[in-house]
Design a protein around this ligand. Structure first.
Ligand code: 8YV
Length: 312
């Protein structure tokens, strides 16, 4: 009998086709009545393919008596109740490394967009204001600025490399100082913000990092400061960020992620000192294909050899 896979969201077409051809797939996110669809397959499901946008709760895990593996399409797996999976002995895999460069590129793209007013400039040209009003207000230079990276993991380190190539001075904060990293370390986000003009959020989301960037951190960053978030929306207290942006307590923000995706507060959308993206860090054809291939390879290896490539 073919293994039964419960899919929480889409993956690219080629790998989706592979799954459809080799396994019995339920596309839960497309079901009109997901509860009913789940009821029909729950005793047979041995694997879940999850994405950042469909919660894999303890309730779901425990409703699937034969679940063996969760193969997650993404590096951040905060949408999965890991404790519940571990308790049941369910293997969990994710897709690290393959998305590092694109996500770091997004961090730099947002930084450049805010400092050089790229989105405003685009609107200025398209709306005919250039011809009517002449030159647009000036932007700010990146070289010589101080960037504080919150979380110097794989993606944080890739951002650091890029930022240094732009002549930016980099420091970082995290749970602990990294061996072999020759960058200034600050034990907490507030001290890092105090020493920075760009606060680049790259850490994983967990109970420990929930609202790590709060009003005191934003105050410490100060009125020339810019926050960039390529990690998870809930790491920043979004209301505090909106207040800080509205009141001029900080200068701007570049945000790829939000607290309640895909809902973004209209007060944030109305601000012209922010650049917003719809969670696009890993969103290139190349990277999404590599991520999906890793999802498939983890499943295949698990079912064929009881091994996986990238366990969490
Ligand atoms: C999403 C991400 O996984 O890797 C992560 O942690 O947030 C993204 O790459 C992607 O949008 C698909 O769900």
């Amino acid at each position: 009998m073919r293994q039964k896979i419960l899919m929480m969201g889409p993956i690219p077409a080629a790998q989706m086709q592979f799954l459809e051809e080799n396994y019995a797939v339920t596309r839960l996110w497309q079901e009109a009545d997901p509860e009913k669809a789940l009821g029909g397959v729950k005793d047979d499901v041995t694997a879940i393919v999850s994405t950042a946008f469909g919660k894999v709760s303890a309730k779901l895990i425990n409703a699937l008596p034969n679940l063996e593996i969760i193969s997650h399409f993404g590096v951040g797996y905060d949408s999965i109740d890991i404790a519940a999976a571990r308790q049941r002995g369910v293997v969990v895999t994710n897709t690290p490394d393959v998305l590092t460069d694109d996500t770091a590129d997004m961090g730099m793209a947002l930084t450049l967009a805010v400092f050089r007013r790229i989105v405003e400039g685009d609107i200025y040209v398209r709306s005919g204001q250039w011809a009517k009003k002449g030159a647009m207000p000036l932007g700010r230079a990146l070289r010589g600025r101080r960037m504080g990276i919150v979380g110097l993991g794989r993606i944080g380190q890739a951002v650091a490399k890029r930022a240094q190539a732009f002549g930016i001075n980099v420091a970082y904060s995290g749970r602990q100082k990294k061996d072999g990293v020759d960058l200034p370390f600050y034990p907490d986000a507030r001290a890092l913000a105090e020493a920075s003009q760009i606060l680049m959020v790259c850490c994983a989301y967990s109970a420990d990092t929930h609202h790590l960037v709060d009003m005191p951190v934003l105050k410490a960053l100060g009125r020339d400061g810019v926050v960039v978030n390529i990690a998870r929306g809930k790491i920043i207290d979004e209301q505090a960020l909106i207040d800080a942006l509205q009141s001029g307590l900080i200068a701007g923000a570049g945000l790829d992620v939000f607290e309640n995706e895909p809902d973004v507060p209209s007060s944030l959308c109305r601000l012209d000192n922010v650049v917003l993206q719809p969670h696009q860090g890993s969103a290139t054809h190349e990277t999404r294909a590599a991520m999906a291939q890793l999802v498939v390879d983890n499943l295949r290896m698990y079912f064929e050899k009881a091994e996986v490539l990238t366990p969490v």
